[in-house]
Design a protein around this ligand. Sequence first.
Ligand SMILES: NC(=O)c1ccc[n+]([C@@H]2O[C@H](COP(=O)([O-])OP(=O)(O)OC[C@H]3O[C@@H](n4cnc5c(N)ncnc54)[C@H](O)[C@@H]3O)[C@@H](O)[C@H]2O)c1
Length: 170
Amino acid sequence: MKSLLITGGLGFIGSNFIRLLLEQTDCEKIVNLDKETYAGNPENLADFESDPRYVFSLGDICDAKLVSDLLEKYQPDALVNFAAESHVDRSIDGPEPFVQTNVVGTLKLLESFKRYYTAQSEDRKKSIRFLHVSTDEVYGSLVLKIPHFQKLHPMHPIVRTLLQKRELII
Ligand SMILES: NC(=O)c1ccc[n+]([C@@H]2O[C@H](COP(=O)([O-])OP(=O)(O)OC[C@H]3O[C@@H](n4cnc5c(N)ncnc54)[C@H](O)[C@@H]3O)[C@@H](O)[C@H]2O)c1
């Protein structure tokens, strides 16, 4: 993959992912769309500010026009979504940003990416990807006999609780 659109790349996992791409791969363009919420820290990637392969875009994944413009302009091989309200305890006092970003924002990203994907040639469709990063509270946990998640792996958050009770979780 030569060119990626990363969302939420100023956060904990996204910034480390971008660092790894820039330091250890031959990627040509990394576009980072981040809203710079309390969880996003520009210092995480400050040492790449002058790297011509790195582009930062301040904005919200709920902004469908912005997302579509970035997809059109940079024609990425993949969109990797790390943008999230991830500090779950905050949702008790203020659930709205969680619904906006995690639900509405993910939907907007998927819709924009679908339009982008549909316009690609049949050959290119085989290689471009939308990767949604989430958590075991959504996907469920792996069980001992499964080495890694696969495309057709069912999402099953309740498995975590059931397996924990049986001490099978890894
Ligand atoms: N940190 C972990 O240990 C861990 C473990 C498992 C899964 N995950 C999942 O990985 C994903 C990323 O986690 P993290 O720890 O890096 O999160 P984080 O809270 O550190 O970072 C989230 C980033 O998203 C940005 N963001 C928030 N709302 C946005 C919006 N509307 N538009 C654009 N950017 C927005 C923030 O500014 C921040 O930079 C989450 O889905 C999380 O559930 C994290």
